[in-house]
Ligand binder design. Structure first.
Ligand code: ATP
Length: 235
């Protein structure tokens, strides 16, 4: 579904990611692991057209998307849920969701159905649909950010650190919801510091170090890998 071939992306002369090769098959949950600053966010921003790659190729469903602008990439079916959530705090939950559905502005019925799916997935958002986004708890804001990305009816969802700053119980719920989203047909690429939880729902993963992929494998292989355990899982 998605393939990165030798992708390098820079800030000035500094290569934040170097020669990255990634493959995501339809239906998978794939996790990117790595310390802060290892290059996960830059990878996401490069895929979604928010940062231009300096070399390499990005293919999505057989189409080269390396030079396609971000708004078109959403239309092709890739939604990006950024680490800082980027909600509109002074707008209501429902208004924030509506903005995520702009891609389908001409298809009212479809938008309504998708919103209902988001509310089924996160019932608390339905209860708070008229509340301001800024009044929600951290976990609810993360649900809203994911819900808003789902409004674009993506085939592939890029989720950047969805568990960051959330209490352990909420993290567990969040990962269950991600599994549910995947079961309902959305392929997921997930960046996480919480390697244990992420690998428990993922099919495969890639480990980043200083902008390069240093290890890749199935979730089981990464769990069993001594270096990965030491660096990202503990015990
Ligand atoms: P985090 O979890 O902290 O977001 P990450 O693995 O997603 O980490 P990136 O945010 O992709 O890492 O950062 C990769 C490298 O690029 C880091 O060395 C970072 O300092 C650098 N970098 C990121 N954004 C910028 C920027 N706007 N200008 C210059 N350098 C940047």
């Amino acid at each position: 579904m998605l393939e990165l071939k030798n992708v390098t992306a820079k800030f000035g002369n500094y290569a934040a990611i170097r020669d990255v090769n990634l493959r995501i098959k339809e239906g998978e949950i794939v996790v990117l692991l790595g310390a802060n600053g290892a290059g996960k966010t830059t990878t996401f921003r490069t895929i979604s057209g928010l940062h231009s790659r300096s070399s390499g190729q990005i293919m999505f469903e057989g189409l080269e998307i390396s030079r396609i602008p971000a708004n078109k990439i959403v239309e092709l079916g890739i939604a990006h849920c950024a680490e800082d959530r980027k909600l509109f705090p002074d707008m209501t939950v429902q208004e924030n969701l509506n903005l995520g559905g702009f891609v389908h502005r001409k298809r009212k019925q479809q938008k309504k159905e998708t919103m209902q799916k988001v509310y089924d997935l996160f019932p608390v958002l339905y209860n708070k649909r008229n509340d301001l986004a800024g009044s929600l708890s951290g976990g609810q804001q993360q649900m809203l950010a994911i819900g808003r990305a789902l409004m674009a009816r993506p085939k592939l969802m890029l989720l950047d650190e969805p568990s960051i700053g959330l209490a352990p119980l909420i993290v567990e719920q969040m990962f269950k919801s991600i599994q549910q989203i995947n079961k309902e047909g959305t392929t997921v690429l997930l960046a996480e510091q919480n390697a244990n939880a992420a690998l428990s729902i993922a099919n495969r993963g890639y480990v980043y170090e200083n902008g390069k992929i240093v290890v890749e494998g199935s979730a089981e292989e990464l769990f069993a890998n001594e270096e990965v355990r030491k660096a990202y899982i503990g015990a």
